[in-house]
Design a protein around this ligand. Structure first.
Ligand code: HEC
Length: 288
C-alpha cells in the first residue's frame, strides 16, 4: 500500500480494515459476516493453520475457499456451447414430435401389416367373348379411327385409292381369315391390292397395332365383318375374330421393324393359307 492511498481512505489502519472496507463496498454478505463478527472470528482462529479472520492469512484462506479453481473436466461450459446444445435439443424435440406418428406401433412394426393385401398387379386386358361385346367396342373404334378413310358406311374412297370394306373379299369374303386381317390391322397394308374387281394402289393403310389393343382390333374386325352388307356370322353366334387370335399374330410377327417391311402386302397375305391359324387351335376358315 502506498501512502497516498492510505491518506485517501481515512480511518483505515490495517490490511484487515482495508479488506473489510472493500467487502463492505462490494456488499459481500459472506465476507462481512466472516470478517465483521468477532465470535466467528474467534472460532476461526481456533482452526488449525488458520490465523483468524482478522489476519491476512485468514482472509486469503476464505477468499481461496469461496473461489475454488475449477478442476480438470469440470471447467465452466462456454456460453456458445450451451446455446448450441440447447438449440440441438430444441430441434430434436421438435423433429421427434413432428415425425413420431404418435409413436403408433403399427407404423414401425411391419409384422402388423402382414394381413394387408398386396397392391393390385398389372391390369388384365379385357377379353370380350361375344359378338355383341366385340361389335360394341369395335364400332366405337371404327368411327373414331377407320371411318375417316374407309367412310362411316365402309364404302371407302376410290378416288383416293382407299378401298371399301363393305363387300370386300378381304373382310368377310373368300380372301378373309383371322391371320390375314390381324396382320393388315396390326402392321398396315401397302402395295397393289385387288378389292371388288378393282386394284387399289398408291395409298398406304397405316398400322393400328401401336394405337389399338388386341381386343380392340378383334372388336373392330368383328364389327366390319358383321356390318353393312357383310355377314360373317349371321346368327351373331360366336366371335369371328378374338383377342387371342390377334395376340397370337402379333407375337408371331413381332414388331416387324428390323427388316423395314412394316406394312404387309398382297403377296404376303396370299402366302398365308386360308386354313392357317396363328393360335393353331382352329382353322380360321373364311365364311361367306
Ligand atoms: C389413313 C387412312 C386409313 C385408315 C385410318 C384405315 N385404313 Fe384401312 N386401308 C387404307 C388403304 C389406303 C388401304 C389399301 C392399301 C393398299 O393399297 O395397299 C386399306 C386397306 C384396308 C383393308 C384391306 C383392303 C380392303 O378394303 O378390304 C382392310 C380390311 C382395312 N383397310 C381395314 C381398316 C380398318 C378396320 C381400319 C380402322 C382400324 C382402317 N382400315 C383404317 C387406308 C386406311
Amino acid at each position: 500500500m502506498s501512502e497516498p492511498n492510505r491518506d485517501a481512505a481515512p480511518g483505515v489502519e490495517s490490511v484487515t480494515d482495508m479488506h473489510r472496507a472493500l467487502m463492505t463496498q462490494m456488499n459481500d454478505p459472506v465476507m462481512l459476516t466472516a470478517a465483521g463478527d468477532d465470535t466467528t472470528g474467534d472460532e476461526r482462529g481456533d482452526e488449525p493453520g488458520a490465523g483468524g479472520s482478522d489476519s491476512v492469512q485468514g482472509m486469503h484462506q476464505m477468499l481461496m475457499r469461496e473461489h475454488a479453481e475449477p478442476r480438470d473436466g469440470f471447467e465452466p461450459v462456454p456460453f456458445w456451447v450451451a446455446v448450441v446444445c440447447g438449440g440441438l435439443l430444441a430441434w430434436g424435440g421438435y423433429y421427434i414430435g413432428a415425425n413420431s406418428a404418435d409413436f403408433r406401433r403399427d407404423v414401425y412394426d411391419r409384422a402388423d401389416l402382414k394381413d394387408v393385401p398386396p397392391p393390385a398387379g398389372p391390369v388384365v386386358e379385357p377379353n370380350p367373348r361375344t359378338v355383341d361385346d366385340l361389335k360394341r367396342i369395335g364400332e366405337q373404334k371404327y368411327q373414331t379411327i377407320c371411318a375417316s378413310c374407309h367412310g362411316p358406311e365402309g364404302k371407302g374412297q376410290p378416288a383416293q385409292n382407299i378401298p371399301p370394306l363393305d363387300g370386300s373379299e378381304w373382310v368377310a369374303g373368300d380372301q378373309a381369315s383371322a391371320a390375314r386381317l390381324s396382320r393388315i390391322l396390326l402392321y398396315g397394308l401397302n402395295g397393289p391390292i385387288p378389292v371388288k374387281g378393282r386394284t387399289y394402289n398408291g395409298a398406304v393403310m397405316p398400322q393400328q397395332g401401336n394405337v389399338l389393343k388386341d381386343h380392340e382390333i378383334a372388336g373392330v374386325l368383328t364389327y366390319v365383318r358383321n356390318s353393312w352388307g357383310n355377314k360373317a356370322d349371321p346368327e351373331n353366334a360366336k366371335p369371328t375374330i378374338t383377342a387371342d387370335e390377334v395376340k397370337a399374330a402379333r407375337t408371331k410377327e413381332g414388331a416387324r421393324k428390323p427388316n423395314g417391311t412394316q406394312p404387309v402386302n398382297h403377296d404376303e397375305l396370299l402366302k398365308l393359307p386360308l386354313t392357317y391359324s396363328d393360335t393353331g387351335t382352329s382353322a380360321a376358315a373364311p365364311k361367306k
